[in-house]
Design a protein around this ligand. Structure first.
Ligand code: F6R
Length: 242
């Protein structure tokens, strides 16, 4: 696991965006793995600047988001379909038909989960998976005790996660209780994984991920077993490391 500590959150985004651009340049048909939430926003801003400058063209690249809420209308501004369209597809000038988000509104959630796994495989698998980390160590919405071999499936959100994500909604009641998320096994299939974390609130989860035992209590610790895992942190997020 390569750990890079940056002076501030913007530099985290710059370093991580450079890594994403490098992987895209190296592969003939790159496939991007997208995360939502606050952590990857600086990456997307730096990638958008590269697109704007004509240094990067993502218009023919396939992309797959990690997760989606269940029980939230797709057009709700905080559905991950809306968030990805707003923060990734439009600024990075990607083809909306190539940017996929799990269908949390599907009537048959199990079939939607299987179809998502199939679509990732048919696209050739994810070249580089961008990840944030929850304060409880989740990646995607694989909450503590998730199986290391899990695939895309419905999960109950931990109370901690609902409280952390309350900031995107007007009340805790509005935060969905369930999600459709890629599994830890799905994430581990990506050819590169790139986790970013900023701020002191992530320090304990980062320390458990990088230096703790590999344990389902901290789902992100499975990344210790990935052959090409890069963790990019600001100093506050790195403050729990020995
Ligand atoms: C979002 C996701 C989550 C977030 C994590 C951190 O697609 O998969 O694992 O990355 O909850 O969220 P932020 O970045 O908002 O602190």
């Amino acid at each position: 696991m390569e750990v890079i500590i940056c002076p501030d959150a913007d530099e985290v985004g710059r370093v991580a965006a450079a890594k994403v651009a490098r992987v895209c340049a190296d592969e003939e048909r790159p496939v991007l793995g997208l995360a939502t939430g606050s952590s990857p926003l600086a990456i997307y801003a730096h990638l958008a600047a590269k697109v704007e400058a004509g240094e990067l063209d993502l218009s023919a690249v396939d992309a797959f988001a990690l997760d989606e809420y269940v029980g939230l209308d797709r057009n709700h501004p905080e559905s991950y379909a809306s968030v990805i369209a707003r923060t990734v597809t439009e600024p990075l000038r990607m083809d909306p038909a190539r940017v996929h988000v799990p269908d949390g509104a599907a009537e048959d959630i199990e079939a939607a989960a299987e179809a998502y796994e199939r679509a990732i495989s048919e696209a050739g698998g994810v070249s580089v998976q961008i990840l944030g980390i929850g304060t409880n160590g989740h990646i995607g919405f694989n909450e503590p005790t998730s199986s290391f071999s899990s695939r895309t499936r419905i999960k109950t959100l931990a109370e901690r996660t609902r409280l952390d994500n309350q900031r995107f909604f007007s009340s805790l009641e509005e935060v969905p209780t369930h999600c459709l998320t890629q599994g830890l096994g799905t994430i581990m299939d990506a050819r590169h994984v790139l986790l970013v974390a900023q701020g002191a609130a992530k320090a304990d989860a980062v320390a458990a991920t990088v230096e703790g035992p590999v344990s389902a209590v901290c789902p992100a610790s499975i990344l210790q077993h990935h052959r090409r895992a890069t963790v990019v942190l600001d100093e506050a997020a790195a403050s729990g490391l020995r």
